[in-house]
Design a protein around this ligand. Structure first.
Ligand code: HMG
Length: 389
């Protein structure tokens, strides 16, 4: 009999600040309907000057270590596309900040927003080889586009930490997976740029093509049929994209694309993404957190996951919700992570958007802004300095 492996715990973190889309719309003269209805976004998380993927990742992971201890964690896989170093894995800073054992392997993984799903699947492979170990998967990203560009309204930032092991308390991840890769230039960020380059409309087409391709492969691998799923967690660069994707999948499978049916399958997965914005690698798992936190009892029900990363790679897979999962959720803490953010006005947001530590190798401190447990205090001799409160 195959062993049950999956997500044993899940914790989220987001930023100190938030910008409502009403403020962006008032500044650039956009009808708010375009943001609230057209792309399905209400607000975006904005990092403080002393927050980054490491502080967000450590904030998400610390409660998992507090609940389960460190003894069984032998691997940390940190997935991100807003990497802070070309060589050193961001997860090593997190490893130190949250006090993991030196007997740990730590790596960073990248393939745009898809990276966390690769991390989850690699974690499952490691646990299958050594069922005594747990793997800490951290997805952490800051999504940044040029000011005054069409992508600006889809920015955001968040981290999700997941503990992967045998006999999971939340979601058992199933075989098979449906896979899809295509060499497209829909969204990319060359090493010399802070903000991503994107062909917005091409990226929507590329995403839809990947939904179709990964579903087709999932079926060929002997996956479940569409009507077995209780809900679908899509990658949500903006929440309306999940609706476009599901409509596309229903059409492709020859099903009716009734609005209420789509809303029932997706509605509860969008609550966190709609107020956080695009969190790249974390996005699909924020969708899972929102679903588990809000839906009526999902015990024994299969959930479909569609993970998409520009460039592009996609994977469709299923997870089954485990009996008793509600006792292990972090619903209150998840909501608090979102509700504690302080609203910034448009001018403050622009200042934060432009903030950057100098790259001259000198000593530079960040203003103390975050009230979270970890901060990026500054940089000295090209070395980032993190502090724990
Ligand atoms: P845009 O071109 O300015 O917007 O930016 P638009 O004109 O296409 O309008 C958007 C929607 O709002 C349309 O709805 C309009 O009709 C509607 P649709 O036709 O698509 O259903 N609209 C209104 N609705 C109600 N009231 C109104 C109103 N006005 C207009 N008054 C775009 C949109 C997505 C292109 C832009 O935000 C962008 O470039 N975003 C970044 C790219 C992106 O998110 N792509 C998604 C797929 S790729 C992906 O998911 C990967 C990614 O996460 C990166 C990674 O993998 O690493 C991005």
């Amino acid at each position: 009999m195959s062993i049950s492996i999956g997500i044993h715990d899940l914790s989220i973190a987001t930023t100190e600040y938030v910008l409502p889309h009403t403020a962006l719309a008032a500044y650039n003269g956009t009808d708010i309907g375009k943001y609230h209805v057209g792309i399905g976004q209400e607000s975006m998380s904005v990092p403080a000057a002393d927050e980054d993927i490491v502080t967000l990742g450590a904030t998400a992971a610390a409660p998992i270590v507090a609940r389960h201890g460190t003894d069984r964690i032998r691997t940390v896989v940190f997935a991100t596309e807003s990497s802070i170093d070309q060589a050193k894995a961001a997860g090593i800073y997190v490893h130190s900040l949250i006090g993991l054992s030196s007997a740990t392997r730590v790596v960073e993984l990248k393939q745009a927003c898809y990276g966390a799903t690769a991390a989850l699947q690699f974690a499952i492979g490691l646990v299958r080889r050594d069922p005594a170990q747990q793997v800490l998967v951290i997805a952490s990203d800051v999504s940044k586009y040029e000011l005054d560009s069409p992508g600006e309204a889809t920015q955001g930032a968040a981290a999700v930490a997941m503990l992967v092991g045998v006999d999971p308390a939340l979601v058992r991840i199933e075989d098979p997976s449906g896979l899809f890769t295509a060499d497209v230039m829909d969204f990319w960020r060359p090493n010399y740029r802070d903000a991503a380059l994107v062909d917005g409309h091409e990226s929507i087409g590329a995403y839809l093509q990947a939904v179709e391709g990964s579903w087709k492969d999932y079926q060929e691998q002997g996956g479940r049929s569409l009507d077995e799923f209780a809900a679908f967690c899509y990658h949500q660069p903006f929440t309306k994209m999940a609706y476009k994707a599901h409509r596309h999948l229903l059409n492709y499978c020859g099903y009716d694309t009734d609005k209420d049916v789509i809303a029932a399958a997706l509605g509860q997965t969008t609550a966190y993404n709609t107020v956080i914005g695009n969190s790249y690698t974390a996005s699909v798992y924020l969708g899972l957190a929102a679903l588990l936190d809000q839906a009526d009892d999902l015990t024994g029900r299969p959930i479909g996951f569609l993970s998409y990363g520009s460039g592009s790679v996609a994977e469709f897979f299923a997870g089954t919700v485990v009996a008793g999962y509600r006792e292990h959720l972090r619903t209150e803490a998840n909501r608090e992570a979102i509700d504690r953010r302080k609203t910034v006005d448009h001018a403050e947001y622009r200042t934060l958007h432009e903030h950057k530590l100098p790259a001259d190798g000198g000593d530079h401190s960040n203003p103390a802004q975050t009230t979270g447990p970890y901060r990026l205090a500054g940089i000295s001799g090209h070395k980032r300095i993190y502090q724990k409160r």
